[in-house]
Design a protein around this ligand. Structure first.
Ligand SMILES: NC(=O)c1ccc[n+]([C@@H]2O[C@H](COP(=O)([O-])OP(=O)(O)OC[C@H]3O[C@@H](n4cnc5c(N)ncnc54)[C@H](O)[C@@H]3O)[C@@H](O)[C@H]2O)c1
Length: 145
């Protein structure tokens, strides 16, 4: 949400996709589920000016964009490794929706080798060209000072 809002503030058109309908409905009603200083105003301004949208329609979002960021949760499994189920699920959805060249950016915290895994998942579902790049999130969570 923070990354997407930042990109919208820079002038890009951003669709933040989530499959959590309750979270989406809060966002669509202007209720921001996390606290980051200044984030609420940035979201409201960019939603109002049409550069930021929230949606559950991943295929439509993929078709409409040039760059897809994967930024889903990767909780630690019992053995300490990152659970990649959500990353792989989104890669499958992206692979099915691709309609032309896309850049797929992995922002989730993942182990080395995940870009290759994501590429394989997408390539198994489309003949359209794409590239996968890694851009791990290094944001520090904000909070009231
Ligand atoms: N929050 C941070 O400050 C921070 C910092 C560094 C790295 N990261 C990494 O970034 C990634 C995301 O972290 P976060 O804090 O934003 O997690 P989050 O749980 O707040 O958000 C992830 C969202 O992905 C959605 N989602 C899961 N599966 C989906 C699917 N198949 N389709 C659509 N939406 C789906 C969830 O509903 C959830 O709202 C993690 O890998 C985390 O380790 C986060």
């Amino acid at each position: 949400m923070v990354a997407g809002t930042g990109f919208a503030e820079m002038g890009n058109h951003v669709v933040c996709v989530d499959n959590d309908i309750k979270k989406l409905s809060k966002l669509q009603n202007g209720v921001i589920p996390i606290y980051e200083p200044g984030l609420e105003d940035l979201i409201k301004n960019n939603v109002t000016n049409g550069r930021l949208q929230f949606s559950s329609d991943l295929p439509a979002a993929v078709r409409s964009c040039d760059i897809c960021f994967i930024a889903v949760g990767t909780p630690q499994s019992e053995d300490g490794s990152a659970d990649l189920q959500c990353v792989e699920a989104v890669a499958r959805d992206i692979g099915q929706a691709i309609n032309g060249y896309k850049i797929i950016v992995n922002k989730s915290t993942v182990p080395v080798g995940t870009a290759l895994r994501v590429s394989e998942i997408i390539a198994a579902r489309t003949k359209h060209p794409f590239d996968v790049i890694s851009n791990p999130e290094f944001l520090k969570q904000g909070g009231p000072s």
